[in-house]
Design a binder for this molecule. Sequence first.
Ligand code: UD1
Ligand code: MG
Length: 463
Amino acid sequence: MLSFHYPDLEIIVLAAGKGTRMRSRLPKVLHPVLGKAMLSHVLDTAETLTPQAISVVIGHEADQIRATIGEPENLRWVMQSEQLGTGHAVQCCAPVNEGCRDVLIVCGDTPLLQAQTLASLVEKHRSADASVSLLSAHLEDATGYGRVVRDESGAVLRIVEHKDAHADEQAIQEVSSGIFCVRQADLFRLLDQVDNSNAQQEYYLPDVIPLAIAAGTNVQAVVMDDANEMSGINNRRQLADVEAAMQQRIIYDWQMQGVTIMQRETVRIEASVMLGRDCTVHAGCQLLGATRIGDGCELGPYTVIRDGALDDDCCVQAFSHIEKAIVANRAKIGPFARLRPEARLDEDVHIGNFVEIKKSVIGKGSKVNHLSYIGDTHMGSDCNIGAGSITCNYDGANKHQTHIGDRVFIGSDTKLIAPVFVDDDATIGAGSIITTNVDAGGLTLSARPEQRHKSKWRRPKKD
Ligand code: UD1
Ligand code: MG
């Protein structure tokens, strides 16, 4: 990932607004976009610039936002108890650190924003020796945005908010992204002069532009290459649009890193997922949360993995479900397998169809191939667990452990009533119900019902 170094830059993230249009109990900036809070996307991007400090302005549901994001180093939470406008929000951050040359202001609801775009704004701001630089974009439909008003020579004069704009101003298609880079020495002096005589009776940050011009300093609007990056999220439709755009970006990135993705429009790969080289992700896969996949893995159609960790060359067949499980090299899983939290598969393990593993270790080379439940179990290496075998771990009140040694062979449809211990090299006959510990080696089997044969019996016929 690209990273930049701006030790003389402070970044201010505006996130105090209510987000009314989300119609949600959750504060807007905590809504996840591909599994990661909107605000975390913006903060990670800000972090990539390695600034001197990051200040986040919060107000609405401030405690919940702080509790979710935590207290990263060099992050400063700033309270804006009353939301009096974007200019007022920035003012709440005064004073900015000593030695800070410029202040970069971004919004907490624009997760598509890329560090490269911010860095190039800072560079252009510095090379133009500007007091205020603004990122702008050309939009087909500029409704709702502040419009960039320029004079005949093309110089920026001011921003007019949608609600304050006359019809001829509303026709302008160049809009403000709300992202500013301002010389630190000028910022708060300019903000002190901003008033709230406008349609919303708010202190608008963009109003620093005409004030900076009046003070005889340079002002510029830098047009973004990709207008999508400034897409803000105000409602759930925009949330879905932004998520789709980010998904496309992430999938393209993984393809460039050497991952084959089939029918990519059906695949979900969340923002924090990591994939190795030469993986193949089939149609309908969902790779979620903090999932980590090694090199050369095959993830079959409609596999769902949440917070799972797979080493190299694993093969997961269709419709398998893996959650918080750890899987070593060359495991074969599925189709229709379920690995639940704290399942740990060692190397070369096979887990077949309709098998559920929970809170258990399955040792190297062991096979549980058909229709089994293994829970609260420690299994050694090279075991073979027959179809339909079950560890009966729950007595209705407590969970109990099953221990299975190395090279154990368990016949089909065996019930192991935990707590129970099966020693190395034991063989258990099909259909056994095991209630006491099993010694090493030899054959163990529980009593079987007598088998009878009625030679004269005939099948009933239809009347
Ligand atoms: C703002 C800009 C507009 C720009 C648009 C781009 C102003 C006055 N308008 O409009 O020019 O085209 O963004 O998306 O700046 N916030 C606070 N405290 C406040 C008010 C807002 O922290 O008192 C935060 C909000 O949480 C949000 C951001 O500032 O993250 C922008 O506020 P919002 O109300 O969404 O402004 P827009 O109307 O979108
Ligand atoms: Mg907005």
